[in-house]
Design a protein around this ligand. Structure first.
Ligand code: ADP
Ligand code: MG
Length: 459
């Protein structure tokens, strides 16, 4: 039997693959399945805002994921606001709450793997050193993290970890948090994503409550800040972060930072911040090699109490080489499918099941349709609007980005670009490409957005 919690975890696993990380964490934390009816599921959401976003933006995705996992047994979803829910997912309590109609192997029972369970320190219980597999690609980052966890504030301060998407930055920074919470019981530890810092700062500015804000951020012994690349283009927040950093560092409080690129490449960042980031230890995390990928897959299977033949594991490790999140995504998919169908996974079955997955996970020959779809999903704008005639600024720039990407990534001719984007003239395409070229030089945010879209085109 699949508990509603397990079902929701499987849904989240699917959604995580199709949404950006930022969107995923913003919208899906603090959600759960509240009730399961005959063909209807009630999803609990934390506030009215999320409810309307789910209804308007994510309903289709959630329904599709539910369909995939339950073999089309769920026909309707209702979103219900449940305030005052604890941050924690009602994990154990709802294992009794089973979905009678869904056949699931008993292996699911007792599997307590949680995607986003957080404790009071805002840490995910999965992301500990014990579950982190060490390979050449992450050895330095791992040992520096352990050193910091053993002697916070002493050796490497700050510790700056950087690497591409899905390579284990969040896992490592949180592992440091867990270890310090465990071994230094009096230490106040704070883990945040940089977006949270920004939001809190904006809030403080709005309420005139800077004192409280500063007291909070400076009142910790360990500050773990994930994804500082989000500070680009935010001058005031950068400034505030600089002072937070100074205050903590002067008192030998440990600071750990992650970013998708090294300090020097955080262009547009104030020089004094870059200097500070380079004070301590900088460690990179790279793409894991084949052996490490095999080891990670084996360990994830063990975590899930689920076994796959070596043949299947080697197949996955060979064909999914982009990042570890993709590897886990494939594994979750196999896991959910296997539980549902109660059949031992075979290599042929896995290949079959993952056809779609690979086409998106592997470098697939790009075509204009994909470029348009990726831009549409990135900006959350309907394709009809993107290729339509409306000249609102919110639409015009993404539309021009499509044309730019078609030119840069596909080498398409201007007339064919015009044709692909709603039958426009070739001069419009030329203008769009020039415009985006200029905009990328002038506006760091646009440049980063385009980088992210490109990344998504090639994962
Ligand atoms: P990032 O923050 O760099 O984008 P994450 O830390 O979120 O990446 O990692 C993505 C997924 O891959 C997580 O579920 C994480 O547990 C897993 N992962 C990454 N590196 C390792 C590793 N070395 N060993 C085990 N799991 C890993
Ligand atoms: Mg991360």
């Amino acid at each position: 039997m699949l508990s509603s919690n397990q079902l929701w975890q499987a849904v989240l696993g699917e959604l995580e693959l199709s949404l950006s990380r930022a969107n995923f964490t913003t919208w899906f934390k603090n959600t759960s399945i509240a009730e399961v009816g005959d063909d209807k599921i009630i999803i609990s959401v934390p506030n009215a805002f999320t409810k309307s976003w789910f209804e308007e933006k994510y309903h289709k995705f959630i329904l599709k994921a539910l369909h995939n996992i339950t073999n089309n047994q769920v026909n309707d979803i209702v979103y219900r606001i449940e305030t005052g829910r604890p941050n924690k997912r009602p994990l154990v309590a709802d294992t009794a709450d089973t979905i009678s109609k869904i056949k699931i192997s008993s292996k699911a029972e007792g599997n307590q793997t949680v995607l986003r369970e957080t404790n009071d320190f805002n840490l995910n219980s999965k992301y500990v050193f014990e579950t982190f597999i060490i390979g050449e690609s992450n050895q330095l980052a791992h040992s520096a993290s352990q050193a910091v966890a053993r002697e916070p504030g002493v050796k490497y301060n700050p510790l700056f970890l950087y690497g591409g998407v899905g390579l284990g930055k969040t896992h490592l920074i949180q592992a440091i948090g867990h270890a310090i919470v465990r071994f230094f019981s009096h230490f106040k530890v704070l883990y945040i994503n940089f977006e949270k810092f920004t939001n809190d700062y904006v809030q403080a500015a709005r309420n005139g409550s800077f004192d409280k804000f500063r007291e909070f951020y400076r009142g910790h012994d360990v500050l773990l800040v994930d994804d500082v690349q989000f500070m680009l283009n935010k001058k005031k927040t950068q400034d505030e972060f600089f002072h937070t950093f100074e205050a903590l560092h002067q008192h030998n409080k440990q600071i750990v930072i992650t970013s998708d690129r090294p300090p020097k490449e955080l262009k547009d960042l104030e020089e004094r911040l870059i200097t500070r980031f380079e004070w301590g230890m900088i460690a990179d995390i790279n793409m894991p090699d084949y052996e490490t990928r095999v080891a990670i897959l084996k360990s994830k299977c063990q975590e899930k109490n689920f076994s796959l033949t070596d043949e299947i594991i080697e197949y996955l490790a060979t064909y999914i080489s982009s990042n570890i999140r993709e590897l886990e995504g494939a594994l979750n998919k196999i896991f959910a499918w296997h539980q549902l169908n109660q059949i031992e996974p075979t290599l042929a079955g896995v290949k079959d099941m993952l056809t779609n997955f690979f086409t998106s996970a592997q470098k697939k020959a790009l075509n204009p349709k994909r470029v348009i779809e990726e831009v549409s999903s990135f900006y959350e704008i309907q394709i009809v609007d993107l290729v339509g005639d409306c000249r609102k600024k919110d639409l015009v720039v993404p539309r021009q980005i499509i044309m730019y990407l078609l030119r840069e990534e596909l080498n398409s001719s201007y007339p064919s670009i015009g044709a692909a984007v709603g039958g426009r003239d070739h001069t419009t395409a030329i203008h769009a490409c020039n415009k985006i070229n200029l905009l990328m030089q002038a506006d760091e945010r646009v440049r980063l957005e385009i980088e992210s879209i490109k990344q998504r085109l090639y994962v």
